[in-house]
Design a protein. Structure first.
Length: 353
């Protein structure tokens, strides 16, 4: 056994078994867990932390300081909430425990009281919470992080009850500036609903749309901000990614629509602006503009016709690209108040003469 060393350990665990996990094929589940591992590793590395071993669908990580571990844990929780707005029970939620103590390596595995105590604390940690042992809480130096006593627990293997603390959420509005905001909606989905809101056709349509939208977002570096029924809001960092993602979404949906005989097309509105996120709330004038653009422009489409419409801000960002040359100006009649004095363009298959 190697010598003992004092370190900060973090234990993460995906709480419960979501419906999405239960329905995934083994290969898809492994891909999702791999993505989750990369997510944890990325946020840990920003605070000099690293994954040291896997534990089921959770991980053990180590950090050079409790403050760094706490900041990484807060960032992980916030990022998960923002990435899964309006997902309800069908989302990934994690519990996190931070402990401080002596650890050692024996036969290639990590051992020590810090691991044993963190495992016990994990059992009483609710989803979406971050719990700390007493030693970790006493070593916390950042004045930005507030803690509160949960209670003292009697844990198996420990002689005395252990006071356990939690990190108190200090929610602040996050500003997501200069984002490309994509709104999509199925045209004709109401006809499917009229035939029966609880039917295999409705379920197959929504399942296919969700897979296509999330797959497109992943491929082009976008993030699904929320979904309501057959409507989605996705954000992108770059204009080129946003317009390419919009076109891929159209092509992918068209292929699935013909294969599955879905009687609905898709319309997309794309705007450039700022979003504001507070807890699970996403708001802002530019979100409203993107939503109104999608809704108003959908009326210009013929039956079973797909369409991508953008505002002048997006067109300007695409200057010098082939996509810029394929944007035709259109007039919305009637024009929503939110789109007053905003130029609107439609992406066409060919550039105008």
């Amino acid at each position: 056994m190697n010598p003992l060393r004092t370190t900060v350990v973090m234990k993460t665990d995906i709480s419960g078994s979501t419906s999405r996990f239960r329905e995934l094929l083994p290969a898809d589940l492994q891909a999702l867990l791999g993505e989750h591992r990369n997510f944890l590793a990325r946020h840990a590395a920003e605070h000099d932390g690293r994954i040291i071993k896997a534990a089921g669908d959770g991980y053990w990580l180590e950090f050079p300081s409790v403050s760094g571990a706490a900041k990484a844990a807060i960032a992980m929780q916030e990022a998960l909430r923002l990435a899964q707005l309006n997902r309800g029970d069908d989302r990934v939620a994690i519990r996190i425990v931070i402990a401080l103590g002596d650890i050692a390596v024996q036969d290639g595995d990590f051992i020590g009281d810090a691991f044993a105590l963190a495992t016990r604390v994990e059992a009483v940690t609710p989803p979406d919470e971050i719990y700390l042992t007493t030693a970790a809480r006493l070593a916390l130096t950042s004045v930005e992080i507030q803690t509160a006593l949960v209670e003292s627990f009697a844990f198996k293997g420990f002689a005395e009850p252990m006071p356990i603390y939690r990190i108190e959420r200090r929610d602040r509005t996050r500003v997501i500036a200069d984002a490309y905001i994509l709104f999509s909606d199925l045209k004709g989905f109401g006809r499917i609903m009229d035939a029966g809101p609880v039917s295999s056709t409705v379920e197959r349509t929504l399942d296919a749309l969700d897979a296509v939208t999330r797959g497109t977002a992943l491929e082009f570096g976008g993030m699904v901000r929320f979904s309501v029924g057959d409507s989605y809001c996705v954000t992108f960092v770059e204009a080129a990614q946003a317009i390419a993602g919009a076109e891929r979404l159209i092509r992918s949906w068209e292929a699935i629509r013909h294969q599955e005989q879905f009687d609905c097309s898709i319309s997309i509105g794309l705007h450039r602006g700022t979003l504001y996120a507070f807890r699970s709330f996403l708001y802002g004038r530019d979100v409203w503009i993107a939503s109104q653009l999608q809704s108003a422009s959908a009326k210009l489409l013929e039956n079973e016709e797909n369409g991508i419409f953008v505002t002048g801000e997006v067109r300007s960002a695409l200057f010098g690209t082939l996509s810029h040359n394929r944007l035709h100006p259109v007039a919305l009649q009637p024009q929503p108040e939110a789109l007053a004095r905003i130029e609107v363009y439609r992406l066409c298959s060919e550039a105008p003469n």
